[in-house]
Design a protein around this ligand. Sequence first.
Ligand SMILES: [Zn+2]
Length: 348
Amino acid sequence: MKAITVEPGKPGTARLEDVPEPDSREGSVLVEAIAVGVCGTDVEIVEGKYGWAPPGKTRLVLGHESLGRVVDPGPSGGLKKGDFVVGIVRRPDPVPCPNCAVGEWDMCRNGQYTERGIKEIHGFMSERWRIEPEYVMKVDPSLGILGVLLEPTTVIAKALEQVVAVGQRAFWQPKTVLVTGAGPIGLLAAFGASLSGTEVHVLDRVEAGLKPELVRALGATYHSGSVLDLGFEPDVIVECTGVGSVIADSIQKIGAGGVVCLTGVGGGGVSGYAVADVAAKAVLKNNVLVGSVNANKRHWYKASQALARADRTWLGRLITRREKPENFKQALERGAEDIKVVIQFAEV
Ligand SMILES: [Zn+2]
């Protein structure tokens, strides 16, 4: 079968190639790939900056935002042929650490977790893949190809849960949520926040086009420019850019008792940034800065419930391009108008 593989750590090694059928040790459920979403992590892996091949192998099958159709459910009673499914990405570390021991692999303490398509387990960019039944999430078949958005939605399900958990340390009635960045994660954050009934604001660099349209279609308010120029102090900021100056401005702008949830991974930042000044503000306003990554099964369940309720037309506009596997290189290049690009392996 065809698969998109890469030699982690070596830039320019990604290729579409013939590989053996998936190993039965990878799980008793056999799935035919429909589509796989592309994200910044995939680009980093292809650029040789991140990623690990399975032990004893030199190449890794790429892809962690999956959608497929069950070909053979194996002995699992809960699945049947034709079910639309998405594969959970992370596996608990083998030690296990206390959090992995209780199913919170997203909170892994020792970093020895593994991840499909990223860290030591093959991903989903192959015509067929296998998976353990306990790591399969069924998706509403009426979502069609939109089920490929489940994985990024889980990241938001966890982040919003973290915000609520932190907020509830005191009396907590958030009125305004600001999302910084209107990429796929930011837009899904705005969607998730809009379900809670709070006033949602989204800020991004672009001034016109699809991003502002999608924000307004949610009933949210769109802003371009600086966080510092906003005419209000948000109760919650979900930071999805990973850009140093946006993070710095968010910490300045958050309201008293507010929570800044960081979901973006970037580098560098603002030089001459006075850390104690920032800390003093956080102290005097009881602010919390919380980082959030990955998702456990509870978040996968919550995300699948949220997606099933979402407006299909709105969700469909998030997928701005579908590429064939042989054009994976184009899929990895983000165009100015791209939000989510998917590689489509089979018709829905
Ligand atoms: Zn762990």
